[in-house]
Write a new protein. Structure first.
Lengths: 171, 107
């Protein structure tokens, strides 16, 4: 495997784990995957990860999802800066950029209100990482992007509407 | 075999600005194969971990609503030239990938 590690290069590659493929998630599949990942040196020890919040990811109601991540009492905050296109031409690739200026930000959670399953994902920052992330998400239709921040054990929220011309969840 | 993770790292003072591009279909399970009409199974990255000089800096949990071929940009304060940055992911089928890069000299 080449080891070119210049600033614009990457040492890449990896091998799929020698696990049977499951096309449906199952407790066994998830446990095997986690153990395999641990063997790869991947991820933290299992105890360091909070249990996967399947209920929050599955729910079709954004406010239920927010409650399930523990942020039911999130207070609106002007210190969460969301950059997203006013109109997203391609709902399958909506570029978003979030900067949290809430002191002590630990985690940013992203929701798209009208996605079939609104909980898009979360990012936790530590050891010098700034509470900033730019990424791309799928949005099914015009709706509010709802961003929750966990800081010092409390939750904050901000929203920004994104108009979507061609929905991205089924493409 | 997963395609290599691509990354670009710049050091501005003590802040490493990192851009990562991961190859992954991030299938929602809702798309139908145009040929067979069958639904393409759910296949998406669930966890991403980034370490710098051996310490976790970013940990993410994702749903299938993250875009195909996920792109990430983030910043880490306290980085130094020569530090190794490692990006790893694992998906719902147990596949995973890992790549490393070195923080270059400050620009």
């Amino acid at each position: 495997m080449p080891t070119d590690e210049g600033p614009t290069g990457a040492v890449g590659g990896g091998t799929p784990l020698p696990l049977p493929l499951h096309t449906r998630r199952s407790a066994l599949g998830a446990a095997a995957a986690a153990l395999g990942a641990l063997a790869l040196g991947l991820l933290r020890p299992l105890t360091a990860w909070a249990a996967w919040n399947q209920a929050a990811f599955d729910t079709k109601d954004v406010f239920q999802a927010i409650k399930l991540v523990g942020a039911g009492n999130a207070e609106p905050s002007p210190d969460i800066v969301i950059n997203a296109p006013e109109i997203a031409e391609n709902g399958a690739q909506v570029p978003i950029e979030i900067q949290s200026n809430v002191p002590g930000t630990e985690t940013i959670y992203i929701f798209a209100d009208k996605n079939v399953q609104p909980y898009v994902g979360n990012f936790t920052f530590s050891n010098g990482a700034e509470p900033y992330i730019a990424t791309r998400i799928k949005m099914g239709e015009t709706c509010d992007l709802r961003v929750v921040v966990r800081a010092g054990g409390k939750f904050y929220v901000a929203t920004r509407e994104v108009k979507v011309t061609i929905g991205g969840c089924g493409t | 075999m997963a395609e290599p993770i691509r990354m670009r790292i710049k050091l501005n003072g003590e802040v490493a600005d990192v851009r990562v591009l991961i190859s992954h279909p991030m299938e929602t399970g809702l798309r139908k194969d145009p040929g067979t009409g069958e639904a393409i199974p759910l296949h998406f990255i669930k966890n991403v971990t980034v370490t710098l000089a051996g310490k976790t800096v970013l940990a993410a949990e994702w749903s299938q609503a993250m875009a195909r071929n996920p792109y990430l940009q983030f910043r880490v304060r306290g980085a130094r030239a020569g530090d190794e940055l490692a990006v790893e992911w694992i998906d719902n089928l147990g596949e995973s990938n890992r790549a490393t890069g070195k923080v270059p000299a400050a620009t």
